[in-house]
Design a protein. Structure first.
Length: 158
């Protein structure tokens, strides 16, 4: 069979008549990725320490720890919407704002909830789960997650 080169940067050489394959994101491993994962560990430990210092109950912590992952339901509407919803639930902007408001209005329960949320984000970053790109759940700012099943590397046209 003959081959044709796709002009889109994300497409690879494909066999005519066969669906094109998507090339993995070229995100380097090492230095910055390792630093971001260590940063996640620091955020996790700091949130746990603050939660313990404020006397939060560990039963509540365990019950609420995975609540931010409900943002995965956004993927039911497709990868672009899913990424936007997931990223809203997994960026520090919302829980840090919530913690600040809780502190300003004197709401310990809200502050503890924000710390659980922050701990969750730190844990995810430590494990290598980053913010998502609209191209798919596996494409994150920390690199591609999961096994690359059925994905081929770009080849040169003949």
């Amino acid at each position: 069979m003959t081959t044709a080169t796709m002009t889109t940067a994300t497409m690879t050489t494909a066999t005519i008549g066969a669906p094109p394959t998507v090339a993995p994101l070229a995100i380097p491993r090492g230095g910055p990725q390792t630093l971001l994962r260590l940063e996640g560990a620091v955020v996790l430990v700091a949130a746990l320490a603050a939660y313990a210092h404020l006397g939060g109950g560990w039963g509540h912590f365990a019950l609420l720890f995975l609540v931010p992952d409900l943002s995965l339901l956004g993927y039911l509407a497709g990868p672009r919407v899913g990424a936007a919803v997931y990223n809203t639930g997994h960026s520090h902007a919302v829980p840090v704002t919530l913690a600040t408001i809780a502190w300003l209005v004197g709401s310990p329960a809200l502050l503890l909830a924000a710390l659980i949320w922050i701990a969750h984000i730190g844990f995810d970053r430590l494990l290598g789960y980053g913010l998502k790109y609209g191209s798919g759940f596996r494409d994150t700012h920390l690199g591609r997650i999961g096994r690359d099943l059925g994905v081929t590397a770009p080849t040169s046209a003949r």
